[in-house]
Design a protein around this ligand. Structure first.
Ligand code: HAM
Length: 412
């Protein structure tokens, strides 16, 4: 019978890769905690209209990438393609605004987008992300970007930061009208995708990677020229704070993001090291979204990073904890073996009890295969072998051995 394969665009993450995943997720968690963010565990399935109303009806995500299905109760639901919409829904539904001040949430988990799979792009991928509700200051923009930078630094990842401002919806509307007029004039120089985007999502044309489109839009009107003075000043303040924090950035007027909810500051941490899918972490403000989804007017901002893309950039993992293998020399010592392993584990020592029957030689082979740093032979008297030096030491009892093991493992 033929075996069942995983679905295209989905991955099994195991071995070293799983260690990398854990390192990324745990490091992010540590930094989130340092910035006093609280975790929110959100559902994977939401009412499909949540995403149409937030990410945007005309975006690629909603138009062609969502996993939508009818559940057995006849509801049309979607596997979440991102976390912000769910966080906003929860903020409103759980009345998280009721306690006043502002609310800082983080999340981790799988997201689903039916995109064409390639290196760094999957149909199920994972994000770490954070959202801040109830504060509109430039200080909050700088603080969030600094937090993302701290996560990257802690992971040993050096990548460039691009920022832009999208201003407010009203001035953007005026700008988009002008942009459409401009695009209509240069239509013939645009790629097929952009000709489609022109009407429905013209800002995305600026973001197109096709050389011809980039050239043709070189002299396109710029959004910043359509923003009111206070929005320009606001952006200047954010830049000033980033400079004060010694965070290097470039302003990229073409940075428009692929989701509709953004206002004011947007940013992306990008690398050229992992191929075409170089955006590793991205986010920005979305001051109107809470209200749009039926909540009280609440300024907000956030970011998300792709765990798989971060994993591709990790060069060194923290050292593994040393491993000790416990070998009952003959089956008569199995119970003693179980107890020895138990004692070691209770002391926090990573312990593998060799569970296979067979010759001592075959058990040692197994201990080698799993890369044990030490082996304890359980016999009348326990014996400890250092696998690196080959040294062997006999002990009177397990307590004596335990103390020595602890000392060795702590590097004394
Ligand atoms: P996004 O730019 O759609 O933003 O996704 C954020 C990150 O998720 C990307 O930069 C990338 O690293 C990763 N990512 C996206 N799609 C894929 C994929 N198919 N395969 C692998 N990784 C992927 C958002 O999702 C917003 N919710 C970010 C945000 C939070 N803005 C404000 N708050």
């Amino acid at each position: 019978m033929s075996s069942i394969k995983k679905i295209r665009g989905f991955q099994d993450i195991y071995g070293e890769e799983a260690r990398k995943y854990r390192f990324v997720a745990d490091t992010a968690r540590k930094i989130f905690d340092r910035y006093n963010f609280q975790e929110i565990i959100l559902p994977y399935v939401e009412d499909v209209s949540l995403f149409a109303r937030s990410v945007g009806e005309e975006t690629d995500i909603v138009q062609k990438e969502m996993y939508v299905f009818e559940d057995r109760g006849g509801r049309t639901v979607a596997l979440r393609p991102e976390g912000t919409a769910s966080a906003v829904r929860a903020y409103i539904e759980e009345k998280l605004y009721a306690k006043g001040g502002y609310t800082k949430l983080f999340y981790e988990g799988a997201m689903f987008r039916y995109e064409r799979p390639q290196a760094g792009r999957y149909r199920q991928f994972h994000q770490i992300g954070a959202e801040v509700f109830g504060v509109d200051t430039p200080l909050s923009d700088a603080e969030l970007i600094k937090m993302v930078k701290d996560i990257l630094d802690e992971l040993g990842i050096q990548i460039r930061l691009e920022i832009n401002t999208l201003g407010d919806f009203e001035s953007r509307k005026v700008y988009i009208k002008k942009l459409k007029e401009y695009l209509a004039e240069i239509k013939d120089s645009l790629c097929e995708d952009c000709r489609k985007r022109m009407e429905r999502n013209p800002l995305r044309v600026l973001d197109c990677k096709v050389e011809g489109c980039r050239k043709a839009t070189e002299n396109a009107p710029q959004l910043i020229d359509f923003l009111p003075e206070e929005k320009v000043e606001r952006f200047e303040k954010v830049k000033e704070y980033l400079k004060a924090l010694e965070i290097q950035y470039t302003v990229n007027p073409r940075l428009v993001r692929g989701l509709d909810y953004y206002t004011d500051t947007v940013f992306e941490f990008i690398t050229d090291k992992i191929g075409a899918q170089g955006t590793v972490a991205a986010g920005g403000r979305y001051d109107r979204l809470v209200e749009q989804l039926g909540g009280p007017p609440t300024p907000a901002l956030g970011f998300a990073a792709g765990v798989e893309r971060l994993m591709m950039l990790i060069e060194t993992l923290p050292e593994k904890q040393p491993l000790i293998a416990v070998i009952p020399v003959v089956p008569e010592f199995n119970i003693e073996g179980l107890k020895t392993a138990d004692i070691l584990r209770k002391r926090g020592i990573k312990t593998e009890l060799i569970m296979k029957e067979g010759s001592l030689k075959s058990k040692m082979k197994l201990a080698n295969k799993i890369q044990s740093d030490f082996v304890v032979f359980v016999s009348e008297k326990p014996e400890l072998k250092d696998m690196e030096t080959g040294e062997q030491e006999l002990f009177e009892n397990i307590e004596d051995l335990r103390d020595v093991v602890e000392k060795k493992l702590s590097g004394d």
